[in-house]
Design a binder for this molecule. Structure first.
Ligand SMILES: CCCCCCCCCC(=O)SCCNC(=O)CCNC(=O)[C@H](O)C(C)(C)COP(=O)(O)OP(=O)(O)OC[C@H]1O[C@@H](n2cnc3c(N)ncnc32)[C@H](O)[C@@H]1OP(=O)(O)O
Length: 184
């Protein structure tokens, strides 16, 4: 992965550890918002990613590129692929049971991804320093050990729930959302 210093954990970063209340190994993570473009079941044209954590430390999901996702003829749009990477990384910080948002997302496009391809997405955290989480993801063609098509590195920053309540409906967020434990 070509990564800038912004998405590289500093030497003093802590090793990430899942929250005691995080989804256990082998379980599905569910959607963080039903109308989310990345994971919401109610989004009419979204990516509909459904992530699982096989081990409590990484998350995985599959994304099949459809005709609605084209950039060049019969090839996936780079922005859609970046959205998929953002989403799978966003799901991986769920393991910490704290609200984070993307501050920076860096993406390497390694191979073209034709319509009809199933990308196997995987994300994990490389370190946490204060409010900052340093994360990475990859998308492989056709199988979990298939050729890498996309890589991403990201800096996510922890926020409080007010961040979302300022623009969304606070009651609706509370009704469908996990109760994040901000001070475990
Ligand atoms: C209901 C639950 C829903 C769950 C949501 C899942 C989301 C899925 C992923 C997404 O798509 S999120 C949507 C896209 N992202 C955004 O809309 C975030 C927009 N940006 C912001 O809201 C603010 O800029 C941000 C919260 C990221 C930071 O603002 P703050 O005022 O809270 O913090 P500050 O600016 O002091 O930055 C904190 C630290 O992060 C660093 N930082 C922030 N943004 C950075 C950046 N872009 N690049 C590099 N460093 C950055 C900043 O330098 C600083 O470092 P130090 O602590 O070392 O001084």
């Amino acid at each position: 992965m070509t990564r800038s210093p912004v998405t590289t954990p500093p030497p003093e970063a802590d090793q990430p550890a899942a929250h005691f209340d995080a989804p256990p190994p082998g379980s599905a993570l569910g959607s963080h918002y039903s109308r989310c473009f990345g994971c919401g079941a109610d989004h009419p044209t979204g990516l509909h990613l459904a992530a699982v954590t096989p081990d409590g430390a990484t998350v995985e999901a599959e994304f099949t590129v459809g005709e609605a996702h084209q950039g060049a003829p019969m090839l996936a749009h780079g922005g859609v692929l970046a959205a998929a990477m953002d989403e799978i990384i966003g799901m991986s910080v769920w393991l910490f049971q704290r609200p984070y948002v993307t501050a920076r997302l860096e993406t390497d496009y390694v191979r073209p991804v034709p319509v009809g391809t199933t990308l196997h997405l995987r994300a994990w955290c490389n370190g946490i320093a204060g409010r900052k989480a340093y994360l990475e993801a990859e998308g492989r063609i056709g199988a979990p050990d298939g050729p890498v098509a996309v890589r991403a590195a990201a800096l996510f920053v922890q926020v409080d729930m007010e961040h979302f309540a300022r623009h969304g409906d606070a009651a609706a967020i509370a009704a469908e959302h996990h109760d994040f434990e901000v001070n475990p």
